[in-house]
Design a protein around this ligand. Sequence first.
Ligand code: NAD
Ligand code: DAU
Length: 362
Amino acid sequence: MILVTGGAGFIGANFVLDWLAATSEPLVNLDKLTYAGNLHNLDSVQGDARHIFVQGDIGDTALLARLLAEHKPRAVVNFAAESHVDRSIHGPEDFIQTNIVGSFRLLEAVRAYWGVLPEGDRAAFRFLHVSTDEVYGSLAPTDPAFAETRGFEPNSPYSASKAASDHLVRAWHHTYGLPVLTTNCSNNYGPYHFPEKLIPLMIVNALAGKNLPVYGDGMQVRDWLYVKDHCSAIRRVLEAGAPGETYNVGGWNEKPNIEIVNMVCSLLDELRPRADGQSYRSQITYVKDRPGHDRRYAIDARKIERELGWKPAETFDTGIRKTVQWYLEHADWVANVQTGAYRDWVETQYEQQPVPAVGASA
Ligand code: NAD
Ligand code: DAU
């Protein structure tokens, strides 16, 4: 038995589905069901007795103590977080509460549980904290990719809150001996990605005939990993990672945002051409930049490749095609997540008028 937190969100739900397909081991899935949590992501495992869903907060100490005592997990995988950088700029409070205070409470509850396990179970127990490459800050064009040895320089309220949680996890290992593992992953994409993030937003806006809002000059670089590859990396780290270690996870897929948007448009032009025969690229609109926008992220994934033998299965070309196809085949899922609350956010975030950017062309 393992305990997964945040398993109704994008990566967590993909992880739960993968776990139940790849292993026979049951799991408890603790999720608060914020705007980003969606039980429809888990429709295909409804009725599977190995999946025990509990709605609740990682900051709820009493609930955590009860779940740990009742289910006696051999590992905890912590996905639960506020995850959207733009939302953290509009309102950081929830990020502090969940990503820092929530992670602290979870660590404390797990430490109390782990501390009284029988000797063999104590040694075998693992706490895996899922984190991000954003803790390392921003790279200049010629800088080497982020290695695990790089110092933390978080720039947004989101990345600062994640960096704080990474530090807590590290401290709980060094001070109390809790057998922790931390993964720092690059940008994920794939099925069940909430359409406030770049790739799904571009797909759903394109199909709805809306603008495709590109921040600033669109030349910011992100390093993309298909979500199923992130899930397989987490399973591998859980299985073979050394307690106290951190592992960077990435697929060596650095791309400027505008290239990503153009690729999405090209795939849609092929798979669902516009009725008027024009390319979806004509919907690209350059808008005001994100405040404090990190220019470039890139992951050096050699440690996890070398020490744990993990490699991604998808290239960006295969992963992005699967992703666009998934959204075309799941219009009902998209419609379902575009509730009033979603519309409120999109209207707040994109209310600004488009501004022309240097080199911008549609
Ligand atoms: P998401 O926003 O899609 O999902 C987060 C989930 O956590 C939701 O189901 C939400 O209901 C739940 N949650 C939020 N607050 C909670 C709380 N207090 N208690 C319990 N559950 C709570 O996020 P995601 O993109 O799936 O990211 C998952 C994790 O992976 C996060 O920790 C994030 O920092 C990290 N990460 C994400 C990416 C990425 O590209 N999306 C990359 C690297 C790391
Ligand atoms: O690097 C890992 C991180 O990737 C995770 O830790 C975060 O949880 C996850 O949300 C993601 O953060 P980003 O800020 O990189 O993702 P987002 O999809 O919001 O933006 C990707 C890039 O696209 C970024 O440079 C901003 C830009 N962008 C985004 C949106 C939503 C646009 O140009 N237009 C948009 O409308």
